[in-house]
Design a binder for this molecule. Structure first.
Ligand code: NAD
Length: 261
């Protein structure tokens, strides 16, 4: 597969799954816009590494996924710089774990904004160009939590279920325009997001770190292994291929059997 004439915007790609997907797409020749927060020097190192490792052009957007105007501007800037946005990976996501009666309202609003509404704003901005060119690939990093719930994750589970609804709607609207939209739904992938939620889960459930890893995180994952970022990126790459042209509106699990149970 070659993505040489394509441009991909990957939200939340300064670390974890998003960074791995961005590098995989660059590996097939796509120009890339990475996005997300973090240390400016570290982000610049990652951006420059993508250009050096793969011989593509890689731009960075600091767009805040809680801000509709930032998201629209990010897509517009990418179209202006590269001529098109052909692949959009809605990947930015945050987590917060708390019993619902104590769940901070601002955390609810933030998770709904970043994990769900940001995808709407990005798709809304990128869709006209994809339609005009009769080709587009939209990939939403959902979660096993787009199919099943866990306690103490009300906002995350709600946002990810909503993302799947958006995905199906977009698939139907893009169907006759060569645009596919799909969700990838990983179980637990070893990334900073998972690492960061361990202390909150320890507190919420009164458990040690080891208990959280083995009895909570991997409890639901029958294979008892974390998914790797490379495995998720391979699926994203396949969804961009011609072989996947008829795969749309799907929510593909990569969860070690979690949602089979
Ligand atoms: P991560 O924390 O490594 O990456 C999250 C990315 O989102 C970072 O680049 C961060 O800077 C960015 N981000 C956060 N808030 C932002 C904002 N307001 N604006 C712009 N960017 C913002 O986490 P990850 O595990 O790689 O998660 C990536 C996606 O995968 C998320 O949507 C997450 O819900 C999903 N996911 C992760 C797992 C897992 O086990 N790690 C499992 C299922 C789904």
């Amino acid at each position: 597969m070659s993505l040489k004439s394509r441009t991909a915007v990957v939200t939340g790609s300064t670390s974890g799954i998003g960074l791995c997907i961005a590098r995989a797409l660059a590996g097939e020749g796509a120009n890339i816009v990475i996005n997300g927060f973090g240390d400016a020097a570290a982000i610049e190192t990652e951006r420059a590494a993508i250009e050096k490792d793969f011989g593509v052009t890689c731009a960075y957007s600091g767009a805040d996924m809680t801000k509709a105007a930032d998201i629209a501007a990010m897509i517009k800037e990418a179209e202006t710089k590269f001529g098109s946005v052909d692949i959009l990976v809605n990947n930015a996501g945050v987590q917060f774990v708390s019993p619902i009666e104590d769940f901070p309202i601002e955390k609810w609003d933030q998770i709904i904004a970043i994990n769900m509404s940001a995808a709407f704003h990005a798709i809304r901005a990128a869709f006209p160009g994809m339609k005009a060119r009769n080709w587009g690939r939209i990939i939403n990093t959902a979660s096993a939590h787009s199919k099943a719930a866990s306690p103490f994750k009300s906002a995350y589970v709600t946002a990810k279920h909503g993302l799947d609804g958006l995905n199906k709607t977009v698939a139907l609207e893009g169907a006759t325009f060569g645009i596919t939209s799909n969700c990838i739904s990983p179980g637990y992938v070893w990334t900073p997001l998972v690492e960061k939620q361990i202390p909150d889960t320890m507190k919420a459930r009164n458990l040690t770190k080891e208990q959280v890893i083995h009895d909570v995180l991997l409890a639901a994952q029958p294979t008892k292994q974390f998914v790797t970022v490379d495995q998720v990126a391979s699926l994203a790459l396949w969804l961009c291929s011609d072989a996947a042209a008829q795969v749309t509106g799907a929510n593909i699990s990569m969860d070690g059997g979690w949602t089979a149970a």
